[in-house]
Design a binder for this molecule. Structure first.
Ligand code: NAD
Length: 322
């Protein structure tokens, strides 16, 4: 059945890929964001440039009925943006304001289903000190101790949507994304995340040069390719399972190994140099037992294949901007 769908944050990385997939399925899609997608025009039926911090904008948006609402808008960036402390007030204020407005307006408008993009950054720092054995099982979120204000805001907003579900029957789905990457994501400017930043550094480095890695590079992470993220997001939204549930990959690597993988894909003779920089937690990977059991979902693109596609796209961007 064709649906009417609203995507908040439709100009961003995940939002723009999600809109494309929903349009391929034939739905009527409205997108809203502060900015249009950077790398390709949005295929949304209506794309609204608007500020979701403004309650009047959000109320106006909900004058039409929606079967599904995907809430991806957030004040967002990689470690260089979220983990230095310099943007904490903006991150807390902007993202909380967006979610407060959307929860209230979605409830009043009687939106069919609401998906909220939370993050692995909600997990307590004390469970992520050992790079080989991080614990990110869903019910380890409490007692809460995220290592960033970004994580605290995500946890607050999870609880906000759960409160609207409890008191007002808002039909919510909550996912905790773990490091989503792929083509057409931010790759320069300070908000880019580790996979894109590494691809850019490798693409820009002259043969025989060095690639700088923040920290000792032994911190571990896992990375999920964008197409897998979009599939899991839609599957969760249309299921009868509310979450919160991890959407991520269990293929854990150190940041130095990820850098070596990108260097290998580039075919360039490059060395790694570890330098001081913001790192986040020591270890983090997705725990997919719950999503496997409830939705039968597994990632389908492995890290090497996904990074090959991402490196190809970013090295083209670097050449075009030179
Ligand atoms: P992104 O920054 O590319 O997209 C977020 C979008 O929200 C941006 O286009 C931004 O302009 C928009 N936005 C911000 N403030 C707004 C406002 N006041 N009004 C309207 N639009 C506004 O980020 P993304 O990687 O696409 O992430 C999407 C969501 O998933 C975010 O909520 C993010 O926190 C969450 N998430 C992402 C990852 C990841 O690895 N990319 C991991 C965990 C969680």
């Amino acid at each position: 059945m064709l649906k009417r769908i609203l995507v908040c944050g439709a100009g961003g990385f995940i939002g723009s890929h999600l809109v494309r997939r929903l349009k391929d399925e034939g739905h009527h899609v409205t997108g809203i964001d502060l900015k249009a997608p950077e790398f390709a025009p949005s295929p949304a039926d209506d794309f609204i440039l608007g500020d979701l911090r403004d309650p009047a904008v959000v109320r106006d948006l909900m004058r039409q009925p929606y079967d599904e609402l995907y809430q991806l808008a957030a004040d967002m960036g990689g470690a260089g943006y979220l983990f230095t402390g310099a943007n904490d007030a903006a991150v807390m204020h902007n993202s909380a304001q967006i979610n407060l407005n959307i929860a209230e307006a979605a409830h009043r408008a009687g939106v069919g289903r609401l998906f909220y993009a939370s993050s692995a950054c909600i997990y307590p720092e004390h469970n992520q000190l050992d790079p080989e054995n991080p614990n990110c099982v869903e019910d380890s979120a409490y007692p809460a101790n995220p290592d960033s204000e970004y994580g605290w805001e995500k946890l607050f907003s999870e609880r906000l949507y759960q409160s609207y579900a409890r008191n007002h029957d808002l039909n919510c789905r909550i996912a905790r994304y773990h490091n989503i990457y792929g083509p057409q994501g931010t790759w320069t400017g300070g908000r880019e995340k580790a996979p894109a930043a590494l691809c850019r550094k490798v693409a820009e480095a002259p043969d025989g040069g060095e690639v700088e890695i923040w920290g000792d590079g032994l911190q571990t992470r896992s990375f999920l390719f964008i197409d897998d993220c979009v599939e899991a997001t839609i599957r969760l939204t249309r299921s009868d399972f509310a979450g919160p549930v991890n959407i991520g990959s269990e293929e854990m690597v150190s940041i130095n190994s990820l850098a070596r993988l990108v260097i290998d894909l580039s075919g360039k003779p490059l060395r790694i140099r570890n330098v001081p920089g913001p790192e986040g937690v020591r270890g983090r990977t997705s725990d997919n037992r719950l999503i496997r059991a409830r939705l039968g979902w597994e990632p389908t693109v492995d890290l090497r294949a996904g990074m090959a596609r991402t490196y190809g796209w970013i090295s083209d961007q670097v050449s075009q901007s030179a």
